[in-house]
Design a protein around this ligand. Structure first.
Ligand code: DLL
Length: 444
């Protein structure tokens, strides 16, 4: 049977063609923003002659946009077309204060569906698949982003959202869904519960489209072990300010690289402290310019996410080879960095030490204890079932504390707890780092 839709382009354009398309799109966007009637953009671009922006080489002459701009322009100050012409609104709840609001036109929604269809297709999803979509529906972009992507590809989308694990497992079993989209933490919860109920081997899930939270290679191994057999866990990246999920996607034949859909989202890496552009290969803050968004485009948006551009980006080879800019999976956010007695530590470095230990399961929490004059670090890690005996827990905690000191050069109070004793996150993003400022223990 023919595909119900045009096949989705998972390959992209060769470098030269892509560059000229990006240049045209950038120049048209800057012209529209500089000469339009949106007060924020008129002011921000007051010193830029739109005609002087003709190619991607001119990008670095443009000003950055930051999260604070969205807060200052709350709720709709950054919408560049009449609000009557928009058809959707999403919001992400920040750590403090008001949510960040993003708005879409029908054309924006079509692009969003397209990039998510691409992401799904890159992962190996086919039009005859049933897509079990366990991302939250609502203001969060995860649910509806993957939903429309799945429909665009021709899948049968199950809009199950987060939570209600028992129902989710029943649907997975009865429908035989091959593709599951969810946060990595919820994907693990589903596998764990399926295992406990003795039905894991009756589930046919083979592909996980996992994102919205940072997750390490060690976590990938835990997810593969938890699902067993044929399961491949793949990383999807995105953020509301740019569009939602579907900014970049990992492919099963190139694990570790996120393919950035750079005909729509132009990536750069800058030094997080100075904002200076960094050469390909160096770690820094990811900055994205939306090339095609209508309602709420972003010029050089500082994502706060840390990554680097990988080599072999562009067209190194012949037909069938993908041309997307490749970037490393995210190592954390610039603002996630903890400073423990003068040493800079990313939570993911601690996760990497924990995941290298075969006795540790997939659950852990980090407490930054700010009660005393010196900041102290506490780590609680859940053991695997096999390693949950009392003696193992004591020995494991000592071993992990030693490994953290050796590899990250910080001292941490480590506690290892039996399998099943830490809470699971079934809805929304998992929280692993907690602050302690008074005698209320954030883990109790
Ligand atoms: O989390 C969009 C999304 C939904 C992406 C579903 C993938 C799947 P926000 O709620 O605005 O949007 O949060 C965006 O989450 O800046 C990163 O810090 C983090 N993030 C998203 N995907 C990944 C990932 C959605 N694959 C923020 N790896 C981003 C690491 C991720 N961090």
């Amino acid at each position: 049977m023919p595909l119900p839709f045009d096949p989705v382009d998972t390959i992209g354009l060769p470098a030269e063609q892509k560059r000229s398309l990006q240049g045209e799109r950038l120049s048209a966007l800057v012209d529209r923003l500089a000469t339009g009637d949106n007060a924020f953009w008129s002011e921000r671009l007051a010193d830029i002659a739109p005609a002087s922006i003709t190619s991607v080489d001119d990008l670095t002459r443009l000003p950055f946009t930051v999260k604070q701009d969205l807060r200052d322009q709350y709720p709709l100050g950054m919408v560049t077309i009449p609000v009557e012409a928009t058809t959707r609104l999403h919001a992400s709840s920040g750590t403090s204060g008001k949510p960040t609001i993003v708005v879409y036109t029908p054309a924006d929604l079509a692009i969003w569906a397209e990039v998510n269809a691409r992401a799904l297709a890159l992962a190996g999803t086919r039009s005859d698949d049933i897509l079990h979509n366990g991302y939250g529906y609502g203001l969060f972009t995860g649910g509806l982003g993957l939903h429309y992507g799945g429909e665009r590809l021709g899948c049968t989308v199950v809009p199950v959202s987060g939570g209600n694990t028992a129902l989710q497992l029943q649907l997975l079993e009865d429908l035989g869904s091959r593709v599951l989209s969810a946060t990595p933490s919820f994907c693990l919860v589903l596998a764990e519960r399926a295992h406990a109920l003795g039905i894991r081997d009756r589930l046919g899930v083979e592909i996980g489209i996992l994102g919205a939270e940072p997750w390490s290679e060690g976590m990938r191994e835990r997810i593969h072990e938890a699902w067993g057999g044929n399961f491949t866990a793949l990383d999807i990246y995105g953020l509301s300010e740019i569009i939602g999920p579907g900014v970049a996607m990992e492919a099963p034949d190139d694990l570790g690289a996120l393919n950035v859909f750079d005909d729509h989202f132009l990536p750069e890496i800058v030094d997080p402290a100075t904002g200076q552009p960094l050469p390909d290969g160096e770690f820094g803050e990811l900055v994205i310019t939306t090339l095609t968004k209508e309602a709420m485009p972003m010029l050089r948006y500082r994502t706060g996410d840390i990554t680097r551009i990988l080599p072999d980006t562009g067209d190194t080879a012949g037909p069938g080879t993908r041309h997307w800019t490749r970037m490393a999976r995210l190592t954390g956010r610039a603002d996630d960095m903890l400073i423990i007695r003068g040493i800079n530590v990313y939570p993911r470095e601690i996760e990497a030490v924990l995941m290298d230990d075969p006795d540790v399961g997939a659950n852990y929490a980090i407490v930054v204890d700010r009660r005393g004059p010196m900041v102290e670090l506490r780590v609680r890690a859940e053991a695997t079932t096999a390693a949950s005996s009392a003696t193992n827990l004591v020995a494991g905690a000592e071993r992990l504390a030693r490994m953290i000191t050796e590899r990250i050069r910080i001292r941490a109070d480590v506690e290892m707890v039996p399998e099943g004793s830490m809470p699971r996150t079934e809805v929304g993003k998992v929280k692993r780092v907690f602050e302690q400022v008074d005698d209320t223990d954030p883990l109790e």
